[in-house]
Design a protein around this ligand. Sequence first.
Ligand SMILES: C[S@@+](CC[C@H](N)C(=O)[O-])C[C@H]1O[C@@H](n2cnc3c(N)ncnc32)[C@H](O)[C@@H]1O
Length: 185
Amino acid sequence: MREVAEALDAAGVEPHTPVLRQNDAEQIDRDTRIRTAGLADLVVTSPPYPGIHMLYHRWQVDGRKETDAPYWIAACNDGCGSAFYNFADRRRKAEDKYFEKAEASFAAIRRVMKPGAIMAQMIAFSEPDRQLRRYMGVMERAGFCEVRDNGARRIWRDVPGRRWHASFKGDLSSSREVVLIHEAQ
Ligand SMILES: C[S@@+](CC[C@H](N)C(=O)[O-])C[C@H]1O[C@@H](n2cnc3c(N)ncnc32)[C@H](O)[C@@H]1O
């Protein structure tokens, strides 16, 4: 952040006061604080991953025992459950629900972006060959067009520290993440 601040300063850009909000992405365009902040030039995100169920709301102690520690610290109850944090629950037929939620969320995010603004996201798939194509359809219907020079490859990386997907039955496709760059139409 210090480097960003120095770079902005060197470029003579006035710093903006950050606005921090906690929202369901699907509701983001209804948040008056966000709307009054003006349309965004850039969105950087990493949504839940299709077919990869993560316990975002639980912390592991000693790398094993799952706990409610974040809620103890915040002195509140979660009350939402894991489906809330993954766009869908663990069942196989939940995939349609995942894609519906992703489309509604990205359509709402699109409404708070300028035309031509950039959306950069990192995501992984349990079955990339099939799900990536479907995901790109979601992005298109939500109002985005992929930015990719003719023939240029997308950026893929191995997930550092593979422990987080260890429960995923050894399916190696989920250990690769891809960066997708889109432009708001
Ligand atoms: C792949 S993780 C990205 C985590 C992020 N890169 C970070 O460092 O915190 C997906 C995140 O999306 C959040 N999420 C799930 N459903 C959401 C929703 N409807 N709206 C906004 N965020 C959501 C999850 O809680 C989780 O933190």
